[in-house]
Design a protein around this ligand. Structure first.
Ligand code: CO
Length: 462
């Protein structure tokens, strides 16, 4: 049996390289040929795609999914799901999680990849149960990071829990691209030896080592790897699908993809890529290699965020100091993996610590929430003295955060009954209330064109 391929050119590729701005039309143009490639699955939905559709593209994300499903008749469709955060940035009630999973599957998703930033298994439970209830394939992804507590043994123990929880497969999600080749070999070997689950590896090329890491993982017996078609591969994205199809051809790992179909889809996506290069959305820098992520162990996206925060403060000279502060903040916070939303929180705190010249003099609201336990359990104990300095003797919750959230779905449905036309609409509002309301109002009651033109004109002459 060869290694199986999940292609990410329609989700993580564009999310990593062009801030998820790819349109449904562009997705559909490539999807038909991709469907003939012989992939194990195509990752096409979830992550930031939902938010980007509503907020930036004026598109209905549910319609995108249905259209992709119509075009892809042979290939399983996969989505990325942020556990209790669904596709948003805070915890939602269990009934919204369940309904979202149900509607994702009804509209065409086969495989739901669920993860939690902190690897707090309790935050995965609702999504896992719902996926099984509605007969989807439930994959649990573990956020990979390096720290004194994130050892191979830690991941093997988590994998055993994930198996008990009822996952159908397990993914190592290395969002920062810091998994080294030898570590991957040992990790995958031990996961294979200690669980019966199919193992998938997801990493990023940001640091320039990902192809080496994938090869060692393949030799260790990894079942599935995530790659992207060439127009949206490498740089901050996944390694190239075509390259792996050639590299493994004729070996026992041969993924046996249809090279003609890959070439056709890649030709279509090349035109799309050119458009985003021309309009500046695709920064050629993202296509290069950044070994600093290996030095500092932070994701590429976080490096660019820190840079823009410091630029806005006119404090670019503090960049090195901030990069040294990031691991210290992370240690104080109990070594959270640097993935959304923790990467932004830890980064902002590090910037504040350096700019004010006094550690934790200023603290963002989200860090306070985190210390109150509202994101779940920190991987390791947080620094008690710093916690006391920030939240004093406040009560800290130790239960699953969503246990404290009352059902929300019916209340949204009732509140917006004059606007929504489906449960999918209600879910869009439950996740991104104001953004979705604006989108749906425009969708169902489009203003006459001439009015919009006059408005635009008045804005421009003012
Ligand atoms: Co990724």
């Amino acid at each position: 049996m060869g290694v199986k391929i999940v292609d990410t050119a329609l989700r993580d590729g564009p999310q990593s390289l062009i801030a998820t701005r790819i349109t449904t039309e562009e997705v559909l143009a490539a999807a038909k040929d991709m469907d003939n490639a012989g992939y194990y699955a195509m990752e096409v939905w979830g992550g930031a795609t939902f938010d980007a559709c509503l907020r930036f593209l004026n598109e209905d994300p549910w319609e995108r999914l249905r259209e992709i499903r119509k075009v892809c008749k042979n290939t399983k469709l996969q989505m990325l799901f942020r556990g209790q955060n669904i596709l948003g940035y805070h915890h939602y009630a269990d009934d919204v999680v369940e309904k979202f999973v149900q509607k994702s599957i009804e509209n065409g998703i086969d495989i739901i990849r669920v993860f939690d930033a902190l690897n707090d298994i309790r935050n995965l439970k609702s999504a896992v149960e719902a996926t099984k209830k509605y007969k989807g394939h439930c994959q649990i992804a573990l956020s990979y990071t390096t720290s004194p507590i994130h050892t191979i043994e830690y991941y093997v123990n988590l994998a055993k829990e994930v198996e008990k929880l009822g996952a159908d497969s397990l993914c190592i999600k290395d969002m920062a691209g810091v998994l080294l080749p030898d570590a991957a070999y040992e990790l995958i070997s031990k996961l294979k030896a200690n669980t019966k689950l199919p193992i998938e590896l997801h990493s990023h090329c940001t640091g320039g080592i990902c192809q080496l890491t994938y090869m060692k993982a393949i030799e260790a017996g990894v079942d599935i790897i995530d790659t992207a078609l060439s127009p949206f591969s490498d740089g901050t994205s996944q390694p190239t699908t075509e390259a792996f199809n050639y590299a493994l051809k004729g070996t026992k790992y041969d993924p046996k993809l249809n090279q003609d179909a890959l070439d056709k889809a890649a030709a279509t996506l090349s035109k799309t890529k050119q458009k985003y290069l021309d309009n500046g959305t695709l920064n050629p820098k993202s296509l290069g290699v950044n070994p600093n992520i290996l030095k500092y162990q932070v994701p590429g996206g976080m490096l660019s965020n820190l840079m823009s925060q410091l630029k806005a403060q006119g404090a670019m000279d503090k960049y090195d100091e901030v990069l040294k502060e990031v691991p210290r903040v992370r240690k104080d916070m109990g070594y959270p993996p640097l993935v959304t939303p923790l990467s932004q929180m830890v980064g902002t705190q590090a910037v504040m610590n350096v700019i004010t010249g006094e550690r934790y003099k200023m603290v963002p609201k989200e860090i306070k929430e985190y210390l109150h336990g509202n994101y779940g359990a920190a991987p390791a104990p947080v620094d008690e003295a710093i916690k006391k300095q920030i939240i004093g003797d406040d009560e800290v919750i130790t239960c699953r955060p969503a246990d404290l959230i009352a059902p929300e779905f019916e209340a949204y449905k009732e509140k917006y009954k004059d606007l929504v036309k489906s449960d999918e609409d209600v879910l869009s509002i439950a996740l991104f209330e104001n953004v979705a309301i604006k989108f749906l109002e425009e969708k169902y009651n489009p203003r006459p064109k001439i009015e919009a033109i006059i408005d635009e004109f008045n804005l421009n002459v003012r």
